[in-house]
Design a protein around this ligand. Structure first.
Ligand SMILES: [Zn+2]
Length: 487
């Protein structure tokens, strides 16, 4: 971020002096590209960025989930050491594109490639491995810590033509206070003024703002928590708390997938409070909840059908869908249906998020036998040296397998998960002391069993964005019929 400290971009805003509200902003592709790039950020990255702010804000229970991962005993509970950094620093599939933005809120290092430190191991014809994470173990049990360059790292990252990253670089745009983005024209301006019921033009004043990366972060927060982020961030300069977000399940969440529940939640409820005290579940459920941190924001909005209720994020998402200024469908898909980077997919995911084809499942490397030339990875088999095909190792696999999916958490195991997603492995008296701390009479307790399929999974995802009582809100308050457990 340091390198970006002094960079600024300008934003021309039209302010209604009577109400001190932004009527609209006129901007170049630079600013719109930054707005759209928010959709590529994984949830874990957003939680981390918001936490580092002077006035931290939390997205539902995502922050407590993130904190849980930070405190996790990796030796005991996680499949591999890498799992922890994957969840705390999930990779953005479009990070190459984002590096081209004028201001990039998540200024990550370019992807690094590693092979086994033992050259003989990497030279085994078709059996070698490569990885893009530090501290991944090779199947020979040595660490893969020889860093290696990849040929043509930027391939395919640059859109054709002009200077824009996601949108066409020559266009000028109108951005409304609630984050609807359109190409600017006299028509769109007049329509907007009309929509706002502005008849008296004399109160309108034009101001040019100079925005730095710190303000872009504030804007990200504003878009998540406010229905008028431009006014709130740039004019009123106010902080946001998650109190402004109201949890509503809204329309029944629909999905083209309709997977029957394969994961089970055993809910310990208080009858009098109509509240879930805690849930008991297998490691598959904990894996599913943890994987929320790896979901790109755009994929969450897609799963929720653009009805996340997060500030004005839904408007931004819909603007990408409507936008005529994103030339190629492939670019639009990066924003509307962003995928997980390879290795981040999780087997226990009824929401069916796809993994990207990047990095490739296998790459070629030339190992020189005599001279220590810098080796590099390439997509095609080289016809010189000592070519060796290396396969991407699943960073979640403790046995260095190349097959995808799997989970972050070691299994099999049973976990207690509280309503705000704090989880702990089953320990003999945890539930007793928890119930004791609640000071509830025994006959107020009731156990219910829920099968978690696509519908329940979507509800849990939405509730974890907006609520601190995820199971209660997702499964009890909003009308899912859960049978009582037969005695
Ligand atoms: Zn090895």
């Amino acid at each position: 971020m340091a390198s970006q400290g002094s960079k600024t971009i300008s934003l021309k805003v039209l302010v209604d002096k009577k109400t001190n509200k932004v009527v609209m902003a006129e901007t170049s592709s630079d600013f719109v590209d930054i707005l759209f790039s928010f959709l590529t950020l994984p949830m874990g990255t957003i939680v981390r960025l918001l936490r580092e702010q002077p006035q931290p804000a939390t997205i539902g229970s995502m922050a407590s989930l993130y904190k849980e991962v930070e405190n996790l005993d990796e030796q005991q509970l996680l499949q591999t050491q890498t799992c922890k950094s994957m969840l705390l620093h999930p990779r953005n599939h479009s990070e190459n594109m984002c590096r081209k933005l004028k201001l990039n809120v998540d200024d990550t290092e370019p992807i690094e490639y590693y092979i086994c430190a033992d050259r003989d191991c990497s030279r085994r014809g078709t059996g070698g491995l490569y990885t893009t994470f530090k501290n991944v173990r090779c199947n020979c049990r040595k660490m893969m810590d020889k860093e290696i360059r990849r040929e043509k790292e930027d391939e395919g990252a640059r859109p054709a033509g002009d200077g824009g990253v996601f949108v066409c670089g020559t266009n000028k745009f109108m951005v409304t206070d609630d984050l609807q983005v359109e190409p600017i024209s006299t028509d769109t301006i007049l329509t907007q003024l009309h929509k706002l019921g502005l008849k008296d033009m004399s109160s309108l004043q034009e101001t040019t703002l100079s925005i730095c990366s710190e303000e872009i972060l504030k804007l990200l927060k504003g878009i998540l928590f406010s229905k008028a982020p431009l006014t709130d961030v740039f004019l009123k300069k106010q902080g946001f708390t998650s109190d402004g977000l109201k949890f509503e399940m809204g329309d029944p969440l629909k999905s083209s997938l309709s997977c029957e529940g394969s994961m089970t939640l055993k809910l310990m409820m208080s009858k009098s409070m109509k509240k879930v005290l805690y849930a008991e579940a297998g490691e598959d459920m904990v894996d599913f909840l943890l994987s929320f941190l790896t979901f790109p924001l755009g994929s969450i909005l897609q799963l929720l059908g653009g009805n996340s209720s997060l500030g004005s994020m839904d408007n931004l998402y819909k603007s990408v869908g409507r936008s005529v200024v994103i030339g190629a469908d492939s670019l639009r898909n990066l924003l509307l249906q962003p995928v997980l980077c390879r290795g981040f997919g999780c087997s226990s995911n009824p929401l069916g998020l796809k993994e990207s084809e990047q990095p490739p499942p296998s790459l070629w490397c030339t190992i020189y036998s005599v001279y220590d030339y810098p080796d590099y990875l390439t997509t095609e088999e080289p016809n010189f040296g000592w070519p060796s095909q290396l396969h991407f190792v699943n960073p979640k696999s403790p046995t260095s397998e190349t097959a995808g999916q799997g989970g972050f958490i070691k299994g099999p195991g049973t976990f207690f998960i509280t309503d705000n997603l704090v989880f702990t492995p089953q320990a003999s008296f945890w539930s007793l002391s928890f119930l004791k701390s609640m000071e509830l009479p025994l006959d107020d307790l009731e156990v219910r069993i829920v099968k978690v399929g696509t519908v329940e999974a979507l509800r849990l995802l939405k509730a974890s964005l907006l609520s601190n009582s995820v199971f209660t809100d997702a499964l009890v308050n909003f009308g899912l019929k859960i049978p009582k457990q037969e005695k």
